[in-house]
Design a binder for this molecule. Structure first.
Ligand SMILES: [Zn+2]
Length: 64
């Protein structure tokens, strides 16, 4: 399985928009589960890595 190389604080775009209208999220946890914070409303969501990989559209801005 291909694991997208996401890191803490990366800004990512997901395939589905959050109900608040934003499709951008910031990574706040990386591990077996990936934690993302909605850039629009600040809602935090924890996704299993496989689910995250499927929903990820692209990494907008990798943190340095
Ligand atoms: Zn939101």
């Amino acid at each position: 399985m291909i694991m997208p190389d996401v890191k803490m604080h990366d800004r990512v775009q997901m395939r589905k928009k959050h109900p608040c209208g934003s499709d951008e999220w910031v990574i706040h946890r990386v591990g077996a589960d990936v934690g993302i914070t909605c850039a629009g409303c600040g809602r935090r969501v924890l996704l299993a890595r496989a689910v995250f990989n499927k929903r990820l559209k692209k990494i907008i801005e990798p943190s340095s």
